[in-house]
Ligand binder design. Structure first.
Ligand SMILES: Cc1cc2nc3c(=O)[nH]c(=O)nc-3n(C[C@H](O)[C@H](O)[C@H](O)COP(=O)(O)OP(=O)(O)OC[C@H]3O[C@@H](n4cnc5c(N)ncnc54)[C@H](O)[C@@H]3O)c2cc1C
Length: 446
């Protein structure tokens, strides 16, 4: 007899764990299946030489969707205990530091008024108008002042992880400028971002559901255009695997919570309308995170500063660099008596697919950091480079209406969550949490 659940969630990243916990809280018997040995997906953390490392620098926006989701499942994040905040956002340029206040003294205040006035007038329901337009096109309607353009660009690159205004979707830029006005405080988690998924797993289990790792969904079973369950490959892949490793689990509802371009690995694309398939495949343009973590005895930056700088690139847009004094903001992250600083840049394919360019860029970032902190490498106990695919590109034609909604077209019982689906929120953690809430509400009929 096959096992039965009310709902199965495929993927144990932040969005999948969120959907699972929200459904469990809504009274459903839920099973979350994760192919890897750990939970959290791209928002996971691990121990390294006594430090807690996220897989690449991670910072969240305070009072956003992650907070809302954690509250909804009874695991609210405590500002005093769980989070660390930055005191200021500073920009390093030509050997000097500037605050955003220095930068808002633009040459054309009338243009600033026009820009922020236009921003205030855009309501959520109108955002889809800006999904196909670039940030550069939208800004050009209001702004000629290079300083104002620079502010918008900086805001966009930090929140939307897209380097050029000419690529960035206007809706993503608008959303990020609105988010920053609403909620300017960026936070980091004292236990690492993987702790979110661990807390969500506790919720699911406490409500009679289950969370299984090393459980790869091979197929979502669909009969007569209705979801019936999944087939799952359980355990490590070994050469002597038999059919016993593949089991069927039944459920009338399946939510996939991984990037939609991977959907057709578990579902036959012929089940979907052709334009939906095209949409999912078009979204497969990812941005990457490239950088390194550094351990030292003394903190490289003793203050709680979020430092932003542009790493110059020849014949190309600069790489936006953020430098975070992680252990100063969240001390429990580092080995006692030590400090952790994280440096990261956003880059894009084809840039991010060339190993030589990756190595060269890491060297260039290190050299650039030497201008800000001369001799910094000598202070390092260790430096650990990272390179990770971060999230779907928020470029024009890939945001909002160009992404799938929570409900699959034409298949009853199939739903989507994840940072490629149904949310226009920025940045990625916020989008993953928002998509989880939208997906769970669609399933629960809220
Ligand atoms: C280096 C880095 C830095 C980042 N920095 C930030 C930041 O500072 N701020 C921010 O907001 N966001 C940041 N992000 C983005 C954020 O982490 C992601 O947007 C978010 O975690 C995505 O969550 P998700 O659940 O949608 O997808 P994922 O985390 O990708 O989860 C999908 C899960 O599904 C599993 N899966 C896939 N197929 C199957 C299958 N067939 N069967 C079972 N399981 C399957 C995968 O193994 C994975 O665990 C960063 C990401 C990276 C990588």
């Amino acid at each position: 007899m096959a096992e039965k659940f009310d709902a199965i969630v495929v993927g144990g990243g932040l969005s999948g764990m969120g959907v699972g916990a929200l459904l469990a809280t809504g009274g459903k018997k839920v099973l979350v299946l994760e192919q890897s040995p750990y939970l959290g997906g791209r928002a996971t953390s691990f121990k390294y030489k006594g430090f807690i490392l996220n897989i690449g620098q991670h910072a969240g926006l305070h009072m956003g969707k992650v907070d809302q989701m954690m509250e909804a499942v009874g695991k609210p994040l405590d500002d005093e205990k769980d989070k660390g905040f930055f005191d200021e956002f500073v920009i390093y340029e030509d050997g000097k530091y500037f605050t955003m206040m220095d930068k808002v003294l633009v040459d054309k205040p009338d243009e600033a008024q026009k820009l922020y006035g236009a921003l205030a007038e855009i309501e959520d329901k109108d955002m889809s108008k800006f999904d196909g337009m670039t940030g550069a096109e939208w800004l050009a309607q209001y702004v000629t002042d290079p300083k104002l353009r620079w502010i918008a660009h900086t805001n966009g690159t930090v929140c939307c992880t897209t380097r050029k205004l000419e690529d960035m979707a206007a809706s993503a830029l608008i959303e990020s400028m609105k988010v920053v006005t609403r909620s300017p405080i960026t936070y980091m988690l004292t236990k690492g971002y993987g702790s979110l998924s661990q807390a969500l797993a506790e919720v699911i289990k406490s409500k009679g559901g289950d969370v299984r790792t090393r459980a790869k969904v091979l197929h979502v079973i669909v009969e007569d255009k209705k979801v019936k369950g999944v087939s799952v490959e359980i355990g490590e892949e070994t050469p002597d695997r038999t059919m016993e490793n593949i089991v069927k689990i039944e459920a009338p509802i399946v939510a996939t919570a991984f990037p939609v371009w991977d959907l057709f690995r578990v579902l036959d694309e012929k089940l979907f309308p052709a334009d939906f398939v095209k949409m999912c495949r078009h979204l497969d343009l990812q941005v990457c995170n490239i950088g390194f973590s550094m351990a030292s005895k003394e903190p490289l930056i003793p203050e709680k500063k979020f430092i932003f700088a542009d790493v110059p690139q020849k014949n190309d847009a600069p790489l936006p660099l953020t430098i975070l004094p992680t252990s100063v903001v969240v001390p429990p992250i580092s080995l006692e008596g030590n400090h952790l600083t994280e440096f990261t840049c956003v880059c894009e394919p084809p840039f991010g697919t060339d190993p030589e360019r990756i190595a060269k860029t890491i060297a260039e970032i290190k050299e650039f950091v030497n201008k800000i902190f001369p001799g910094w490498e000598k202070k390092a106990l260790w430096i650990r480079p990272f390179f990770r695919w971060e999230e779907p590109s928020r470029s024009a034609g890939r945001m909002g209406k160009f992404r799938p909604g929570a409900k699959a077209p034409g298949i009853a019982g199939l739903f989507f969550a994840g940072d490629t689906a149904n949310s226009r929120t920025v940045p990625g953690l916020e989008a993953a949490a928002d998509s989880a809430m939208i997906c769970a509400n669609a399933i629960l009929g809220k």
